[in-house]
Design a protein around this ligand. Structure first.
Ligand code: SF4
Length: 315
């Protein structure tokens, strides 16, 4: 649909990551030569997209892990040669503890913001989730580097996981203590041929605990609502939250490389996406007051009966 501004996901996938997050599916990393090829593929995709679509709103640079790509500065410079669109960098951020490297990245001039993940309110929990000792302290140092360089467009990202389900108030309070926007979503549950690996299921949080977090922390949610953003979380699971949105229909791309992986794919708006991102509702949702606005939950949570919709009714 020419003319519609869109967000485009560029994915520096499988190029290398020093973390081993419990929910991550890809630890096998490619050589530098191959990483360059991945980067070149993404730039060709961007060029093609620019030829097809007159305008790009934003580039979401994702992967595992873009911050650890050895030639990231040149990659950003090449993006700048193709489009004036700004870039949101989604990265574990660990490479940015090198302040000179961070300075070089910012000097390219096309990064609008960074999204950095923290999965626990202390080193013990976060380092366990990311499978890397010292990661928590590193990310705190990285946040300090951004401050020293005067760059404030940061968003903290977290996931509701089995591993942190009993510490959600501590986690969200900790994240909000930085005074930055915080986004949260449920951990993804990738399946293959309709089956789910035990390791994947072990990460799924108890949704009753997620629901009771929103209930018990209603005052906190209300007070910091402007800074709290929740993705693919149904209204009935997040009472009181206002910034609830669903998979950004405007975002295109980012899943092509999944075709080579044991992850079910699906079609959405003519595009291949990971099946675990597809949102679903149940027949119970028909009577729900939020029925029009709410797009439900990511399908594995319904398929595996981990979630039971609670339709909102007129009181
Ligand atoms: S009952 Fe269904 S439509 Fe209503 S909020 Fe829950 S998931 Fe959404």
């Amino acid at each position: 649909m020419p003319g519609l501004s869109k967000n485009l996901v560029l994915n520096l996938h499988d190029i290398g990551c020093s973390q081993r997050c419990v929910f991550c599916q890809s630890y096998s990393f490619v050589s530098r030569k191959k990483a360059r090829q991945v980067a070149a593929e993404q730039l060709s995709k961007l060029k093609l997209y620019c030829r097809q679509e007159k305008e790009i709103n934003l580039i979401i640079l994702s992967g595992n892990d873009p911050g650890e790509y050895f030639d990231l500065v040149n990659f950003l410079k090449n993006i700048k040669k193709i489009t004036s669109a700004q870039v949101v960098v989604q990265s574990n951020g660990l490479a940015f503890r090198n302040r000179n490297f961070l300075k070089e990245l910012l000097a390219v001039g096309n990064i609008s913001s960074f999204q950095l993940p923290i999965y626990g309110h202390n080193a013990k929990l976060h380092d366990f989730v990311v499978g890397k000792k010292g990661s928590f302290d590193m990310i705190i140092r990285v946040l300090g580097n951004f401050k020293k360089l005067g760059f404030g467009n940061l968003k903290l990202h977290t996931l509701f996981l089995k591993q942190n389900e009993d510490y959600l108030p501590e986690l969200v309070n900790f994240l909000l203590s930085f005074g930055l926007p915080v986004d949260a979503s449920l951990v993804c549950l990738p399946g293959y041929q309709g089956k789910y690996d035990r390791g994947v299921l072990a990460n799924a949080p108890d949704l009753k605990k997620v629901f009771s977090f929103f209930k018990k922390e209603a005052k906190l949610i209300k007070r910091y609502n402007q800074n709290l953003f929740f993705y693919d979380l149904p209204f009935c699971l997040a009472p009181g939250a206002i910034n609830l949105s669903f998979r950004d229909e405007q975002a295109r791309g980012g899943y092509d490389h999944f075709r080579k992986k044991k992850i079910d794919m699906a079609k959405s708006r003519g595009e291949s996406v990971a099946a675990y991102r597809i949102l679903k509702k149940s027949s119970k949702c028909r009577s729900c007051l939020f029925g029009k606005k709410c797009k439900g939950i990511t399908s594995p949570y319904l398929d595996l009966k981990l979630f039971s919709p609670q339709p909102a009714k007129l009181e």
